[in-house]
Design a protein around this ligand. Sequence first.
Ligand SMILES: [Zn+2]
Length: 346
Amino acid sequence: MKNVEKKEVIGSNGKYWIFSNGDVLGPRGKLLKLTLMQIGYKMATLSLGNGIVKKRYVHELVALHFIGPIPSDKVINHIDGNKINNDVSNLEIISRENNGKEWARTNRRNPNKGNMKLLCDFGHEYTILSKGNKICYQCRKLTKEQKYKIQNINIKDFVPIKNAGQYLVASNGKVLSLNTSKVLRPGINKPGYKYYFLKNDNGKREVRAEHRLVYEHFIGELKDGYSVDHIDGDKLNNNSSNLRQISFGKNIASFQENKRKGDNYGFKYDKDYIAIAKWLIKQKFFSCMNSAARLSISRSLGRDLLYDLKWKHIDPEKPSDELIEKFKKDSLSQEFFKENKRAEAK
Ligand SMILES: [Zn+2]
């Protein structure tokens, strides 16, 4: 399956990012809610600071960043005729003349007169019901297969999500609802991971991280003490080829590396762990090497913590008695540490 690429929107000073599938990432790591215009194109509203607001068509952003500048005598065409499918693979640069013919062919039958707030996700006009509810009768007429086609997805790429059978997940991270036949829009949490609020088979909604869904359904079980790492450092790239499981210590190293690259996500949590690891190592309950293994960190990090060679600015912190006992008995896993932190917070 192809990778989704991400590029900084030119002139946005790192505030906005455009994806090759047509998603736009805005400040605070949120995917932008795009406006569907009357003429059927999706529009992104970019606030560039100092009161400057620019409206840009999404297909123009994708084409500019992933194909190149558009010569003035050329225009962008949606190959499959679906104007909301802004994946770079669906865009081509053609002459204005050809596009006129193309436009006439796709629009003559289906002039879109709807108000933009009255359009469904697929660009159809809603019918307003008495209570102010709206319904899309055109979507009701569509078969599942037609909806998948509009969204450019192949159902064969998806597998059912364990314990949440009304959803499917693909190895590129897309999550599909079988109820609506629509690909869900993920949220992005504070540490920078995409997540969904999925109803499990008991009808309870649970937060499910996209990278863990992909890992568990396309790679395998996550070992105790291990967590999912993004090989290229990009937490939004949850393609199965970009995921691996590594021990928590290695994950800290990976976080450190990303931090050097200017990514602060997840850092606070590591700091907590480092403070406690430092305290436990300095107690010399065990040899430095043995302690490092029990903490699931590398030997060299263990030594650096013992002699204050790295993480000098973090003071050792005594953990709970329960955690000390656990450390003396066997190894601490990331999960155990998280649970312990949560219990403390209560
Ligand atoms: Zn519809």
